[in-house]
Design a protein around this ligand. Sequence first.
Ligand code: 6PG
Length: 485
Amino acid sequence: MQKESCDIGLIGLAVMGQNLVLNMNDHGYRVAVFNRTVSKVDDFIQNEAAGTQVVGAHSIEELVAALKRPRRVMLMVKAGETVDQMIEHLLPHLEKGDIIIDGGNSHFPDTNRRTKDLAEKGILFIGTGVSGGEEGARFGPSIMPGGNPAAWPHVKEIFQSIAAKVEDGSPCCDWVGENGAGHYVKMIHNGIEYGDMQLICEAYDLLRAGLGLSADELHEVFAEWNKGELDSYLIEITSEIFAKRDEDGAPMVDKILDAAGQKGTGKWTGVNSLELGVPVTLIGEAVYARCLSAMKDERVAASKILTGPKHSAAQDRAEFIEDVRRALYCSKMISYAQGYMLMREAAKDQGWKLNFGGIALMWRGGCIIRSRFLGKIKEAFDKNPQLTNLLLDDFFSRTLNEYQASWRRAIIKAIEYGVPTPAFSTALSFFDGYRAERLPANLLQAQRDFFGAHTYERVDKPRGEFFHTNWTGRGGRVSSGTYNV
Ligand code: 6PG
């Protein structure tokens, strides 16, 4: 192998790693590859990478020796300890100014830590989200890099050339921000992915319960939806899923056990929303819905004891389908608005300058949540980069105001049918809460003050002045502090 001849090194030849390598090769980059199970390197070179200029290395030392300086090494290994171990193995072979890129689904606090630790050693670290699954990685993923800004000029060209492009040719990849910002934005992407998937599942469940639609009919409905406002990768693959048959001719979807898995990024989003005090309720419900689905045995036992309502079919087929479609679209708007609320708060908390329109553009193509709808989010931030909440943008508020009757009808039907729609319902509750000038939290404050002298503010006094009432006549004169978490 010729020394210092390769543009970039990649470690980790699982599905995403292999496809990224082939994508880089297609774009004229010479890639050196290494994998912990070394036999996989030869296997890859002899098969998938046969006829390319990809170079196989049998040790980290060999990989590093093959790279031009400053060296760029991308890790596509399992998030967590494996990333730290790989970095440890790499360090003795690198020199100041070299670049390590972590392209896995790492938790952003880990990326914060790694960027800082490596900067102290003179190594420039990038933590990047890569979305789009196998096909995206091969032909154009969405890439969300963050970390040490000094590293960006060294990888910008490679990343932007292999990334997906939108209609006008802009790449779905740009610098997100310092430290863990790239992985943070990828985490939010995944949380939103969980929400979108749950919304589609609820629509499916409702259409089945209300109209008894067959898999073929569901295929038609989703294919139709994909031609309009809901046009997106996830709606498209859903319609394809309904068309797929098992070997015996039965719909494949009916053969799959209803117990969902998850790798943790949705949960991280939910936990982070609680930590930052942002009501990202839809993603939370989407994570819980997966948890409930996984309790299969318990649900089967409960189904024999707990009964639901008896109901008749929906009256008007076309109207019901349209109500469900609108419920999905409105709920999706709420979910993205919540995701953006969380990103705004995280940016403040972490000191990141996130470009919200730019993030919508990065998600517009290549990734799992890519959709026509993201173009609307981009437009909203282009119109007003300071927009406090997406729901306040003209397009969003108009659509919600116009569609909400359908959205409410769909949820009423779900309640009548006994079909669980946690994501549709929480979205509507959020909408009704967010647009409420007055919520019942006055009573809540009274309760807190009653049992714990926690004090309250008054409607007839300026904000920031706190009062306590001796509700029972038995309380003392001391009230508790007024701090908020
Ligand atoms: C992507 C996906 C991907 C994610 C899987 C699995 O953007 O390509 O978000 O990164 O890891 O979809 O996620 P779960 O196993 O948690 O569903």
